[in-house]
Design a protein around this ligand. Structure first.
Ligand SMILES: Nc1nc2c(ncn2[C@@H]2O[C@H](COP(=O)(O)OP(=O)(O)OP(=O)(O)O)[C@@H](O)[C@H]2O)c(=O)[nH]1
Ligand SMILES: [Zn+2]
Length: 477
């Protein structure tokens, strides 16, 4: 399939420029055989040792019509952004690659079969067509013509790198663009990962632990995010309250990364009372966030670590008229919640029967804290902020354990029908045995992600590594 087609010669038709949302690209039209392709260049890729190159397969539905059935449109955007951020690179827009080379009509027929339940591979086969019929000869010829015989390829498909290599182009590295799975394309992307050797998402897609993009995004913006680790059946602790541990060490390291990235962590009184957490950063490098304890009835025992150890500034959010016991450390600031903050039973965790409007809590916290805030637990507090629509992101880890009954994780008044269930773009991280889903809930968070991708070099945006443990022993809480 990838044998050079000797009977075709590459013809440079024209050189011009395209001003785009991502800057001005020098643009060449090349004809190879009877197909005309486009090369968009920024900087002087021929001078670079291994410029970043995106070989983008034409996709009318995804690139032009904005369909979310595939990730092509998002990949195209992310690639142009990465090239613009690096200042040097090439995007080859490969025509004739529509539908992995089977053409538009056949792809749409394959879509119709997928509507009936087939996956993307079986649909092609049912039509008597190959899984992937793309030929990269023209792409290799264009790269040679542009003086780039060594490249860093922007793709999550190893077959593309192998094809280029077999055509005499050196692929110094293959880097994966941090494109978010969408509910509409997650099954398609999952199939590509399982059946077409595409890289698994996120957990493996990110780079060094300290450059994991979302941590930088949180550190440089002002978001309200939540994290929770629950069992596969949705509990954060056993019936007696024992929570050590639901998720594994890698997930707990991720939690410490989150703490290091944000300015404040907020927890409900029940969690503090039950677990006696420290809420500090210990598994990774980083500063301790401000601790915010949501405790309208001042039930947290004064002997709690958060009220005794001065590792971090601590705000103790108590009710307007609640009596506060003496004996806590000098690092603790008592902050009164307005009487109007008392909410319905759907509110955030105070104590059984006491609840607080999350929005009112947030207003009070914002008087003291700028920057990102992590709602770290428990299930009631996270659920209350989620259902109040106050979260920009939710990191929900599911551990392969069944507790049967216990302290509930995410619970909120749901929808009657699946069509109204809460869906959002998401990323998935594999933390050893656990799977974490990051729901990117707000438009602000999506804008921050886009700015993050645009603002960092492609080399940082991409790569292959897990969020790793530092190797130190640590007490996770
Ligand atoms: N036959 C078929 N083609 C599809 C389908 N969905 C998207 N495509 C086409 O797939 C091509 C893109 O290939 P992908 O497998 O999505 O991605 P890739 O280019 O191999 O890998 P990346 O470089 O990581 O984007 C485009 O030409 C799309 O038109 C589908 O369900 N069936
Ligand atoms: Zn597509």
């Amino acid at each position: 399939m990838h044998q050079p087609e000797q009977d075709h010669a590459l013809l440079l038709e024209s050189r011009t420029v395209l001003p785009t949302d991502h800057g001005v690209f020098a643009t060449c039209a090349y004809t190879f055989g009877d197909v005309t392709h486009v090369a968009m260049l920024m900087g002087e890729p021929a001078q670079a040792e291994a410029p970043i190159v995106r070989m983008h397969s034409e996709c009318l539905t995804g690139d032009t019509l904005g369909s979310h059935r595939c990730d092509c449109g998002d990949q195209l955007e992310a690639a142009l952004q990465a090239i613009a951020a690096e200042g040097t690179g090439i995007l080859l827009y490969l025509r004739g690659h529509e539908g992995r080379g089977i053409g538009l009509a056949a792809k749409l027929r394959a879509y119709a079969l997928q509507d009936q339940g087939m996956d993307t591979v079986d649909a092609n086969r049912a039509l008597g067509l190959p899984d992937d019929a793309r030929d990269y000869t023209a792409a290799a010829e264009m790269l040679r013509d542009l003086g780039c015989s060594t490249v860093r390829l922007l793709s999550s498909n190893p077959a593309k790198a192998e094809a280029l290599t077999s055509l005499g182009i050196t692929v110094a590295d293959r880097v994966v663009l941090p494109v978010v799975d969408r509910p509409e394309n997650s099954h398609y992307l999952q199939t590509k990962r399982q059946r077409m050797r595409h890289d698994p998402l996120a957990g493996r897609v990110s780079v060094e632990e300290d450059t994991f993009p979302v941590y930088r995004t949180l550190a440089s913006n002002s978001e309200v995010v939540a994290q929770l680790a629950q069992s596969a059946d949705g509990f954060i602790a056993a019936r007696g309250g024992d929570a050590e541990f639901v998720s594994g060490e890698a997930d707990r390291t991720h939690l410490h990364h989150l703490r290091a990235a944000v300015d404040a962590v907020l927890v409900g009184a029940t969690t503090v009372t039950r677990d006696d957490p420290q809420l500090t950063v210990r598994a990774v490098q980083g500063e301790n966030p401000v601790r915010v304890l949501l405790d309208p009835r001042a039930r947290i025992p004064v002997a709690s670590r958060v009220l005794q150890s001065a590792d971090a500034r601590t705000l103790w959010l108590v009710g307007q008229d609640t009596e506060v016991p003496s004996g806590c450390g000098e690092h603790v600031e008592i902050v009164r919640l307005p009487a109007s903050a008392a909410g319905s039973s759907a509110g955030a965790d105070g104590a059984a029967g006491t609840s607080i409007e999350p929005a009112a809590v947030l207003r009070v916290v914002r008087e003291h804290i700028s920057g990102s805030i992590l709602v770290e637990g428990g299930g009631k507090s996270v659920s209350a902020f989620l259902s109040a629509g106050l979260l920009d992101r939710l990191f929900l880890t599911v551990a392969p354990v069944l507790i049967g009954d216990g302290v509930p994780g995410v619970r909120f008044e749901g929808s009657k029908v699946m069509g109204e269930a809460l869906r959002a773009p998401f990323r998935r991280y594999t933390f050893e045995e656990d799977v974490c889903t990051e729901f990117v809930l707000s438009q602000a968070a999506r804008d921050h992600d886009a700015a993050q991708i645009a603002g960092q070099s492609a080399a940082q945006a991409v790569g292959h590594a897990t969020v790793q443990n530092t190797g130190q022993e640590f007490d996770a809480r």
